[in-house]
Design a protein around this ligand. Structure first.
Ligand SMILES: Cc1cc2nc3c(=O)[nH]c(=O)nc-3n(C[C@H](O)[C@H](O)[C@H](O)COP(=O)(O)OP(=O)(O)OC[C@H]3O[C@@H](n4cnc5c(N)ncnc54)[C@H](O)[C@@H]3O)c2cc1C
Ligand SMILES: NC(=O)c1ccc[n+]([C@@H]2O[C@H](COP(=O)([O-])OP(=O)(O)OC[C@H]3O[C@@H](n4cnc5c(N)ncnc54)[C@H](O)[C@@H]3O)[C@@H](O)[C@H]2O)c1
Length: 465
């Protein structure tokens, strides 16, 4: 049995903890490998944020000709070369992942890379199962950064069907003619945009009546309306059974009009993620879980076991890379300076959905403000009402702000439309640093006629004294 100063489980955000300040620590990283090629480096790099956005940008380029005609520019899309797109993207990703693995395995003398599945057998005691053996390790400190994986719903017949998740769908050998996407969240909305723009007929299945239903009510309503124009959108549906018929997947549904069947050459399951607490046997390690099944941590990312920290998707309320990275920096500090621990700041966590149109959001939605009885005023500014929106002939995008009527401070900001994540960033800054809407609007120049005038006008529209 080997004892370490520090064991890190998971090479996603966990991999970034180690820098020169840990050079004299004896460290083990345990990584089981992720995705179809058992890659190093976690979800975001290999099967998450980064490749998806490389596909989204490609789809946005492929979508440009269809938007040209209304500006008087007639363009044709001559074709998309799926295997070239896929191999270009993973040609970059796979090289970065294997480079990251090689760096830890070969260039860090103080780091031992264990390639296998780590599971707790006791408090600060682990077994690592590799292909040919099981090795026991112990440590003074352990960081659990083991993330999560796609959830697979319990639908009769699913075990006999060829289906994809976000882990596999980006490496399809060829584009299918049709694709059923189960789930109307982030993953469903982003892949529906990618595949439909590249020429696949998309059918999207949702249990509720809205797409992206956790967004602000107006944002979700607008996105649902637009999604219904682009995809065969089937909402308020329940999956009854699924079957494989040669190359076809057939899904039996129950909906408002009764029973119905949809079929396609590919099925993508995008119904959320489950934390990998079972894989690590969190209970055997004495780690308390939350009601949602994640590892319970305090504000300093400490678990219920002294000397064990957790971060990212396995413990966080937010399954977002910027949050995992923030929590990683907190854990990093607290490992190095246990006498002066710092806390994670989850007050103003933004997110973006890179679909079409794009969505970006921070803070309270209108429905959350109402449910919590928080006094607020609202403003809405459409892209169609600003000069750059005229240039783009945008007719569907808008920014919606919620502010405290007393202080003028922003409570929430939600944007649907071109460059939404970029436009949201100054509003995140204002919320984080306590800048009130009036000062933000009138205390600086806004480049004319730039897209940020959307934000300037939304701020000025707030009914504040
Ligand atoms: C399709 C998709 C798109 C996304 N896009 C975005 C985006 O645009 N923006 C954004 O902010 N977020 C996005 N996310 C979310 C983001 O990827 C995650 O929040 C983030 O990667 C979580 O990081 P982590 O370090 O907690 O976990 P991970 O990166 O998942 O790392 C955990 C690692 O632990 C390993 N592991 C698990 N169990 C064990 C074990 N028992 N032993 C050894 N190793 C183990 C896994 O193999 C994995 O490599 C996306 C997610 C998906 C699925
Ligand atoms: N741009 C980004 O930041 C980005 C992109 C992709 C993923 N992510 C992260 O990954 C997480 C997982 O994404 P996701 O889209 O899988 O989850 P999600 O939670 O965003 O959406 C899943 C949806 O599927 C629904 N659902 C559950 N069971 C269903 C069923 N049987 N049939 C139909 N619908 C069902 C849920 O009600 C929910 O609306 C996200 O919550 C997000 O944090 C982020």
């Amino acid at each position: 049995m080997r004892h370490f100063d520090l064991v890190i489980i998971g090479s996603g955000s966990g991999n970034s903890i180690l820098d020169d300040r840990f050079a004299d620590w004896d460290v083990a990283i345990v990584e089981k490998g992720i995705g179809p090629n058992d890659a190093y480096g976690g979800t975001c790099l290999n099967v998450g944020c980064i490749p998806t956005k490389m596909f989204v940008h490609t789809a946005d380029v492929a979508a440009a000709p269809s938007g040209g005609a209304r500006l008087g520019v007639d363009l044709d899309l001559r074709g998309v070369r799926w295997t070239d797109i896929r191999d270009r993207i993973f040609g970059r990703i796979d090289a970065i992942a294997s480079g990251g693995r090689r760096y830890r395995a070969e260039d860090n003398p103080n780091v031992t890379l264990h390639e296998g599945v780590a599971r707790f057998t006791g408090v600060k005691r682990l077994v690592v199962d590799t292909a040919d053996r099981a090795e026991e390790i112990t440590a003074d400190r352990i960081v659990v950064a083991a993330g999560g994986r796609p959830a697979i719903p319990d639908i009769p017949g699913l075990d006999k069907v060829r289906y994809h998740t976000s882990d596999t769908v980006m490496r399809l050998p060829e584009l299918p003619r049709r694709m059923i996407i189960m789930g109307t969240g982030f993953v469903g909305a982003e892949f529906a945009h990618v595949f439909s723009t590249l020429g696949v007929e998309v059918t999207m299945i949702g249990r509720s009546g809205r797409v992206l239903r956790s967004e602000d009510v107006d944002i979700s309503a607008r996105f649902t309306e637009l999604a219904g124009q682009r995809w065969d959108l089937r909402l308020n549906r329940k999956e009854i059974a699924v079957e494989q018929d040669g190359e076809l997947v057939r899904l039996h549904l129950e909906g408002p009009e009764g029973a119905e069947v949809v079929e396609a050459e590919a099925l993508l399951i995008a119904v959320g993620r489950v934390p990998n607490t079972d894989l690590i046997d969190a209970a055997a390690g004495g780690l308390e879980l939350t009601e949602g099944g994640k590892i319970k941590v305090d504000a300093t990312q400490r678990t219920s076991v002294d000397g064990v920290w957790a971060l990212g998707d396995i413990s966080s309320d937010y399954e977002l890379k910027h949050v995992a990275n923030h929590e990683m920096r907190v854990v990093q500090h607290n490992l190095l300076h246990p006498e002066k621990p710092i806390e994670s700041d989850h007050r103003f966590v933004p997110h973006a959905v890179f679909s079409a149109p794009q969505i970006a959001s921070v803070g309270l939605t209108e429905q959350e403000a109402q449910q919590r009885g928080i006094e607020h005023v609202i403003s809405v500014q459409e892209y169609a009402g600003i000069a750059y929106g005229w240039a783009m002939e945008d007719t569907t995008g808008f920014a919606k702000l919620l502010a405290d009527p007393g202080t003028g401070r922003l409570l929430g900001a939600h944007i649907i439309g071109p460059q939404a994540p970029t436009l949201l960033q100054p509003l995140i800054q204002a919320m984080q640093f306590g800048l009130d809407a009036r000062t933000m609007a009138r205390g600086q120049y806004w480049i004319h006629p730039g897209m940020p005038e959307l934000i300037e006008n939304a701020l000025l529209n707030l009914p504040l004294d």
